[in-house]
Design a protein around this ligand. Structure first.
Ligand SMILES: [Zn+2]
Ligand SMILES: [Zn+2]
Ligand SMILES: [Zn+2]
Length: 355
């Protein structure tokens, strides 16, 4: 265990995002999330996503390998947040502007098995799932030039906002670039202009190489030594799972290709097979440490737009996994500063030791 920590860490990729690491015993400003138990049933007669109930969902958009014996199915979201019907004209009331909520909102039924978790799925199935994400993203970009970003994400467990218990992911295609992605792409491009290096590649190199010593500014005493390699949770031939130095969520883990690649849609079948292997092991670790992980994950990849078409060398696609263990408080909402009561170094150590 590292010594007691109280420090603000700045996200190296998006400096406006920071996290307060406060590990002092008893200083627990956050309320632990009440985790409702996971529904792990295999088949539920009345579940619209279970096999045999296909007519209860909107029509199938894509089924893999086919509609009769589907392993993965994509359907329209019954309650889409964006749609292609025009509801109102663009509103422009002085400072208050709106953009028409044009887009697509689809549900990806990850598996016919109702309550199966990712870490329990077969690696080949996971690879097929990520291939399906990629295929559908490509089709949507192809379908409409107004779409700027296709966000693929998953909410798993009630604590992560999953309203339907059957395991599923979602895809939202939107006419804007979401701010989180925008900031990452913009800042990494600035970094590239300055240092001629991808900041994500630099962080991977750093995670695999250096040690850092943190000194007390006044006395010059060593406060603690950080073995930066300790941020590595899992490695495979082509991917790495890292605990971010400035993690907003206590058990947050990011997965990146070790070889530079800006666009998730360029990942090959071999890449995705290797990614699936690494993701499964990472999920096994999280599930073990958290005694049942409830989480959100999402993919960040280079957006499609003229403004960022020079970002292939500077941006690096990745998946962010954010397990939900606490409820953000007014402090976090008001300040934008996330609080972590476990140090990312200790969290990484626990994850590495888990399996
Ligand atoms: Zn089901
Ligand atoms: Zn890179
Ligand atoms: Zn990101």
């Amino acid at each position: 265990m590292t010594a007691e920590l109280r420090e603000i860490r700045i996200n190296p990729i998006v400096p406006s995002e920071s996290v307060l690491i406060a590990t002092a015993r008893g200083s627990r400003p956050q309320k632990a999330e009440e985790l409702a138990p996971r529904d792990s049933r295999v088949h539920v007669d009345r579940c619209p996503f279970c096999t045999g109930n296909e007519e209860k969902t909107p029509p199938t958009i894509l089924a893999v390998p086919d509609e009769q014996a589907w392993a993965i199915r994509i359907v329209e979201n019954l309650y889409p947040v964006l749609g292609d019907d025009r509801t109102q004209q663009d509103l422009n009331l002085g400072l208050q502007q709106t953009i028409d909520g044009y887009g697509r909102h689809e549900v990806i039924i990850d598996n016919p098995n109702h309550g199966i978790a990712h870490h329990e799925m077969d690696v080949n199935h996971l690879a097929m799932l990520f291939g399906t994400y990629r295929q559908r993203m490509a089709e949507l970009y192809e379908s409409d030039p107004r779409l700027r970003y296709v966000l693929v994400f998953k909410n798993f467990g009630p604590a992560a906002g999953a309203s339907i218990k059957h395991t599923h992911s979602q895809l939202i295609a939107m006419p804007i670039i979401p701010e989180n992605v925008y900031n990452e792409v913009e800042h990494s491009r600035n970094y590239y202009r300055k240092y001629h290096q991808c900041i994500f590649c630099s962080l991977i190199d750093e995670a695999l190489t250096f040690e850092a010593t943190i000194y007390n500014r006044e006395s010059g005493e060593v406060r603690h030594k950080v073995d930066v390699g300790q941020y590595v949770i899992e490695r495979s031939e082509r991917f790495i799972a890292i605990k971010p130095f400035a993690s907003r969520y206590e058990w947050e883990v990011h997965i990146l290709p070790t070889q530079h690649q800006s666009n998730f849609m360029k990942a090959t079948a071999e890449d995705l097979a290797d990614f699936a292997k690494l993701l499964k092991r990472t999920m096994q670790r999280l599930d073990k440490v958290l005694s049942g992980a409830q989480y959100n994950y999402y993919f960040h990849t280079v957006p499609r737009c003229d403004e960022f078409k020079d970002c292939d060398a500077s941006y690096h696609w990745h998946m962010e996994i954010c397990p939900r263990t606490t409820i953000p408080s007014g402090f976090e909402l008001g300040s934008g500063l996330f609080i972590s009561t476990i140090s990312p170094e200790d969290a990484a150590q626990k994850l590495r030791d888990a399996i």
